[in-house]
Design a protein around this ligand. Sequence first.
Ligand code: NDP
Length: 477
Amino acid sequence: MTIHQNLIAGEWVGSTGSENVNPSDTNDIVGLYAQATADDVSQAIAAAKAAFPAWSRSGILERHAILKKTADEILARKQELGTLLSREEGKTLAEGIGEVTRAAQIFDFFAGETLRLAGEVLPSARPGIGVEITREPLGVIGIITPWNFPIAIPAWKIAPALCYGNTVVFKPAELVPGCSWAIVDILHRAGLPKGVLNLVMGPGSVVGQTMLDSPDIAGITFTGSTGTGKRVAAASIEHNRKFQLEMGGKNPMIVLDDADLGVAVEAAANSGFFSTGQRCTASSRLIVTEGIHDKFVDALTERMKSIQVGHALRPETHIGPVVDVRQLKQDTDYIEIGVKEGAKLAFGGERLERDTPGFFLQPTLFTEATNQMRISREEIFGPVVSLIRVKDYDEALAMANDTPFGLSAGIATTSLKYATHFKRNSEAGMVMVNLPTAGVDFHVPFGGRKASSFGSREQGKYAAEFFTVVKTAYTQA
Ligand code: NDP
């Protein structure tokens, strides 16, 4: 098997590789991917630093052309890259192709943004003086990504970093290097100058940590767990460096008595279980008012019976496997915790055997849960949902907000009054009415509050907040 190498200073390097294993079938090795050493990472950072002056002053047409070409190639190869994504991460093929299409849209959006860079010209408070406000690139950006969106998250960090004139050192999650390698290869062939984008694959404890410890990285954008996010924050403060964190969630979805039952069940099933519940925006807490509670539980469990769990590449599969054995253990440990805490296991909870060795788990629903149980407070990151019964909207809203997290929150209701009140009073960064809590657009801000996020929003034109620094210049004519 050939080794997919790291890209450092425009050269593909690395002679030993680690196996990328398919979670639907552990006999299927997706490929071998190089492991960067701390020394490789230091060389990548030095290359990005050396490339910054020229790239930050490069023409907008050059940047536009590279990003556009990348978008076009990703889209043209969506079937192949979607298959790669499903093989390495375990999302269904439809979800994999959807995510690849999203990555192409993101590169296309930021190709367009290169042509829309603008500042402001204002009169000074002092007559005869002009004021210009411009945005400049930060410098070397460190990008650290998680395993659950192997192509979309790298795309929504790499595309704006390059668009605004930064250079990049990129470390993907060790579990899913395949899609990351593919987009770096596409960008490299699209004509990026040497050192502008460097790929360093390997474990977070070596590769990520060397990035955190470097004084030459001007900004780190991170998506992953709250624990690693705190390390990124502490190291970045130490180095006086800008940082942006997207972390976990325990996203509530309220179902009110007046909800359309079909809409509510579909939104809950989609955001609780699709993508195997491995989305930071998944609804893992359903908060349901008394009048609809029993009907909703019956309809949701009926819906869950029709969900097919299996090999991600099979057309009949609705939910693929859990990403690896460690995550599977975390999910089943939480299922045991839920039972011990006294919640009622209404559906699922069992590991499933299929004709290939993989990490298959039934979608799982706990009813009669309370908001104080660990299964309702801690992020499980699997297809495991707790359902809590409440008396009315006021209690539901208080419970939805009673969480350390604040990423996404939903409500199913036909009442304009409650929908409007919820949009205003939810303590989440993203609010959904009659929609799953997961599933967002690429051209508008993404991010949360409290322990879910830190720093400015990602995506859309709001990405400029992180990837640029504002300069105010005064001129006396
Ligand atoms: P981790 O925090 O374990 O890993 C995220 C990234 O950080 C990986 O690339 C990892 O490398 C790297 N890393 C690990 N240790 C260090 C270190 N010491 N220094 C620097 N980097 C390090 O999260 P997971 O990959 O397990 O992702 C799942 C988590 O991500 C969930 O909690 C989920 O909620 C959250 N998430 C949040 C999203 C959001 O936008 N809010 C979106 C998607 C996920 P390696 O893989 O090599 O260990």
